[in-house]
Design a protein around this ligand. Structure first.
Ligand SMILES: Nc1ncnc2c1ncn2[C@@H]1O[C@H](COP(=O)(O)OP(=O)(O)OP(=O)(O)O)[C@@H](O)[C@H]1O
Length: 206
């Protein structure tokens, strides 16, 4: 399975510059692709387009040769955002947050170190790192084929980071999920990725 961006360009409605300019890239399901670029360059924007949150002004995002927006229901390309507190409904208990995913399996919840008593709590009643584990679990539903991780572990201590990445690597390898990792951490990218793209060397303009 392949996720591709073909000659995409994008400008925010209220923005005065093109963030993405005629960019083409692809990744396959057995790849772990690292994305790097300076701050504000468009890494999150690219993730949002590849996961279907934004539509490119021109060009196309294809999943296995079919337009991403033609996939109905659960999106096979899931994104985990940098700020978990902005990615969940504050009025949902955490067990309900998990239900937004696609039949998230028990071993995913356990593997991410989610403790059973957190499930009854609201997002404001757990730490940022604990909440991020829920966001990762939610994105690992059964229909997920690609996972886009946008600076997902920046707020975590080193032991928790290592726990989460060990689990993620094992899970995506087992299930044949393609992984895209956006990070400013050279160490993380070196450890996790099989290939790297520097956006400043592609069609993303400052
Ligand atoms: N909703 C929006 N409306 C208008 N401009 C936006 C919006 N979101 C982001 N931008 C702008 O788009 C540019 C790219 O932002 P983006 O978040 O994609 O960068 P990034 O490379 O992920 O940055 P960082 O490494 O700091 O997270 C920035 O100049 C930002 O100000």
């Amino acid at each position: 399975m392949r996720l591709e961006a073909i000659d995409i360009s994008f400008r925010y409605d209220n923005g005065n510059r093109k963030i993405i300019n005629n960019l083409s890239m692809h990744m396959d399901k057995d790849e772990r692709l690292g994305i790097t670029a300076p701050s504000g360059f468009g890494k999150t924007t690219l993730c949002k387009i590849l996961a279907g949150y934004e539509k490119p002004d021109s060009g196309a995002v294809l999943l296995d040769g079919k337009q991403l927006f033609a996939y109905k229901g659960y999106c096979p390309v899931q994104m985990v955002w940098q700020h978990p507190e902005l990615s969940v409904n504050p009025r949902f208990r955490l067990k309900e947050v998990l239900k937004e995913g696609d039949r998230v399996e028990k071993h995913v919840i356990e593997g991410l170190g989610i403790e059973p008593d957190w499930l009854e709590r609201y997002p404001s009643e757990v730490s940022g790192g604990e909440l991020q584990r829920f966001c990762i679990a939610r994105a690992l539903g059964q229909g997920t084929r690609f996972l886009l991780a946008d600076e997902i572990s920046t707020m975590l201590d080193l032991i928790t980071q290592s726990q989460i990445w060990n689990f993620l690597m094992e899970e995506i390898t087992l299930r044949g999920i393609g992984l895209m990792v956006v990070s400013h951490s050279e160490g993380l990218l070196k450890r996790v990725c099989t290939r790297r793209i520097n956006l400043d060397q592609l069609g993303v303009k400052q």
